[in-house]
Design a protein around this ligand. Structure first.
Ligand code: SAM
Length: 222
C-alpha cells in the first residue's frame, strides 16, 4: 500500500489540531526538527483522551511540539514533564512553551535523560503515562528507570521502533554505524514483549510505535 496515499486518506478523518499546533508542525518540518508523525499524534490523542492520565512524562522534547499537543488532549488537572538535553532545541522549546503554555502545565527538565530519569526515580516521582521519544539507541538503558517510575496500570508509549525501517532489516543490511541502534532497539522490544509485568503491542503506525501497559501488580521504585 502506498503510504503517502494512505496518509492523504487518513487526513480526511483526522481531527484538525489547533492552528498554533499546525504552525509548529509546519515550522518544525521546514527546520528539519524530528517531530512525531501524524499517525503517532492520532494515537497519543486517542490514548490521552480515553485514559486521562494525571502525570505524563515525555523523554525527548525537541521544540515542544508533542508536549504542547499532548497538553491539548489532557484535562487541566493533568501535568506534563518533558526532558531535553540539546541547547538549540531547548532555546525553541522554552520559547514555545512560554508562549503556548502560559499556566506552566508543562515542566521542562533540561539535561541528559539518563541523569534526569535517575533523579526522578530517586526522588520518588511516578507517572501514569510515559512517552519515550529520545535517542533510539538509548531506550534500552533508560528502561530500568522508566519502569521504576511507571505506575501500576500505567502506559508506556515508545516511538520510532522501526528507526526509519532499519530495525526491520537484517542486521547485516544496515550500515555499521546503525548496527548498534538496530541491536539495542531489538533488545528493547524483546524486553517489552516478554516482560512479565507488561502487556505490549507493536504497531506499524508512523515510524513504528509500541504501547505497553504495566500490570496493576507492577511495583514502582524498584
Ligand atoms: N517528542 C518530540 C516531538 O514530537 O515534538 C520530538 C523528539 S525528537 C524525536 C528526540 C529529541 O530527544 C531530540 O530533540 C533530542 O535532542 C532529544 N534527546 C536525545 N537523546 C536525549 C537524551 N539522552 N536526553 C535528553 N534528550 C535527548
Amino acid at each position: 500500500m502506498d503510504e503517502e496515499r494512505m496518509e492523504v486518506f487518513l487526513d480526511m478523518y483526522r481531527e484538525e489540531p489547533p492552528v498554533y499546533i499546525q504552525e509548529l508542525e509546519r515550522k518544525a518540518l521546514a527546520d528539519g526538527v524530528p517531530i512525531i508523525r501524524r499517525g503517532t499524534r492520532d494515537l497519543l490523542r486517542y490514548l490521552l483522551r480515553t485514559k486521562q492520565p494525571q502525570r505524563v512524562l515525555e523523554v525527548g522534547t525537541a521544540v515542544g511540539y508533542s508536549a504542547l499537543f499532548m497538553r491539548e488532549c489532557l484535562p487541566e488537572t493533568s501535568s506534563i514533564t518533558t526532558v531535553e538535553k540539546v541547547a538549540v532545541r531547548l532555546l525553541d522549546a522554552r520559547e514555545n512553551l512560554g508562549r503556548y503554555d502560559p499556566e506552566g502545565r508543562i515542566r521542562l527538565l533540561e539535561g541528559d535523560a539518563a541523569d534526569v530519569l535517575r533523579q526522578l526515580a530517586a526522588g520518588g516521582n511516578t507517572y501514569d503515562f510515559i512517552f519515550m521519544d529520545a535517542a533510539k539507541g538509548q531506550y534500552l538503558s533508560f528502561l530500568p528507570d522508566v519502569l521504576s517510575i511507571l505506575e501500576p496500570g500505567g502506559t508506556l508509549v515508545s516511538d520510532n521502533i522501526f528507526h526509519g525501517g532499519d530495525v526491520l532489516q537484517s542486521r547485516y543490511a544496515v550500515i555499521r554505524r546503525d548496527r548498534t541502534i538496530h541491536g539495542r532497539m531489538r533488545e528493547y522490544l524483546e524486553i517489552l514483549v516478554s516482560h512479565p509485568e507488561l502487556e505490549t503491542i507493536c504497531l506499524p503506525i508512523g515510524d513504528g510505535v509500541t504501547i505497553s501497559t504495566a500490570s496493576v501488580h507492577h511495583k514502582t521504585g524498584i
